[in-house]
Design a binder for this molecule. Structure first.
Ligand code: NAI
Ligand code: MG
Length: 364
């Protein structure tokens, strides 16, 4: 443990990003009053940054992130910037940060709020008490590997290709993160691949098995990705931690999120190494986007952002006690029936972003 205060960089972004981050900062203040020592700074990202400095993230903001213990991110993007070429869009800001900070483990918890079972597409019995953590490899694999192209081939036909490549080091480090996290949970890791048809899948399975040898207290199972998609829908309660590559993780984590209902409730973390009992540099953000359809109305659900800060307390600031308190407060508020419009049942008067946060702070 160090004596210096932790550094937190806050990047609100666009749309509802600033609205939910403004409220989350009230929970940050609560944590400071509860003894958390942090230095806060704020920067521009996404469309807000494009408008101000012409790029989705400025290099000095990247430098600031590199000098921080954690980044709290809102959301970026919106119709105003949709006309830009892909490489210049708001979303590139977050990709740039992920790479600069080497945030190779993307964590997506899928936790069911039992009071909101009706919001799920599944039968309540299947998802009651659900608590899955998907650990997705996020800096390698098919989204990054070369060669890739969309071109005219030698035969004059248009053709396109991507490459899926993984080194053993890239697989091992994300698997270690998954095993470390499993030790704080039910000690079960399911490694997901397509070892039956892909070379990267075969290596993935071998390396996951090797890493597991260092964690005799954690149970490892393997599953093919297509079967995993089916099992997530049929019997999601069989999973504790799922670890998988970038592509499968992208798809399976969205499926797992949909199991539990509202987008406005689910946080995420991107970590760079989680040593034994240690902490990691991390970027924390809700899984939802900038929701331009409701931006400016003060009705966005701040819970996903608040729970993202709870993950930050747990994994970057070494304060699992405060993280638990925030998570308990959110559960209390949801179970006492406080609802923003996105999770309100018919006949329930919804509250605003501000009022939802008031309720969380009151519970804290
Ligand atoms: P979205 O997640 O922004 O919105 C989908 C739907 O969920 C909308 O109806 C929205 O109103 C609702 N919603 C989302 N978060 C909510 C919250 N906290 N409270 C209440 N309702 C909420 O996804 P969409 O519409 O596909 O994308 C909108 C913009 O966000 C696009 O520019 C997209 O590129 C960007 N985006 C950014 C992400 C990021 O910053 N990491 C992730 C996903 C999308
Ligand atoms: Mg996705």
């Amino acid at each position: 443990a160090s004596d210096r205060p932790f550094k937190l960089l806050v990047l609100p972004g666009d749309g509802i990003g600033p609205e939910i981050i403004r409220e989350t900062l009230r929970v940050v203040d609560w944590a400071r009053n509860a003894g958390l020592r942090i230095e806060l700074s704020e920067g521009l990202a996404g469309g807000a940054s494009i408008d101000a400095v012409g790029a989705p993230i400025a290099e000095d903001v990247v430098e600031q992130a590199l000098a921080s213990d954690a980044v709290l991110f809102g959301a970026v993007g919106g119709p105003k910037w949709d006309h830009l070429p892909r490489a210049q869009r708001p979303e590139m800001g977050i990709l740039r940060l992920r790479q600069a900070l080497d945030l190779y483990a993307n964590l997506r918890p899928a936790v069911c709020f039992d009071e909101l079972l009706d919001a799920s597409a599944l039968k309540p019995d299947l998802i009651r008490g659900l608590d899955i953590l998907i650990v997705r490899e996020a800096t390698a694999g098919v989204y990054f590997s070369l060669p890739r192209a969309n071109e005219i081939g030698p035969d004059g036909q248009r053709r396109a290709y991507d490459t899926q490549a993984y080194t053993e080091a890239e697989i091992a480090r994300v698997c270690r993160t998954a095993f470390e996290l499993a030790r704080t949970r039910q000690r079960r890791v399911c490694s997901v691949d397509k070892a039956n048809v892909m070379e990267t899948g075969a290596l993935w399975r071998t390396v996951a098995t090797e890493v597991a040898a260092g964690y005799p207290d954690v149970e490892l199972s393997h599953m093919y990705a297509d079967n995993c998609a089916m099992q997530l829908v049929r019997r999601p309660d069989q999973f504790d931690v799922i670890v998988t590559d970038n592509l499968f993780g992208d798809i399976l984590s969205d499926a797992a999120a949909a199991l539990t209902g509202s987008l406005g409730l689910l946080p995420s973390a991107s970590l760079s190494g989680l040593g034994q009992g240690g902490r990691s540099r991390g970027l924390y953000e809700p899984i939802h986007g900038s929701a331009p359809d409701i931006a400016g109305q003060g009705v966005a659900n701040p819970i996903a952002a608040i729970l993202s800060f709870a993950l930050c307390l747990r994994w970057s600031f070494d304060r699992a006690d405060l993280a638990d308190a925030v998570e308990r407060a959110v559960r209390h508020v949801v179970s006492s029936g406080v609802r923003t419009p996105d999770i309100a049942e018919a006949g329930v008067a919804p509250v605003s972003t501000l009022q939802m946060t008031d309720a969380v702070l009151a519970a804290l």
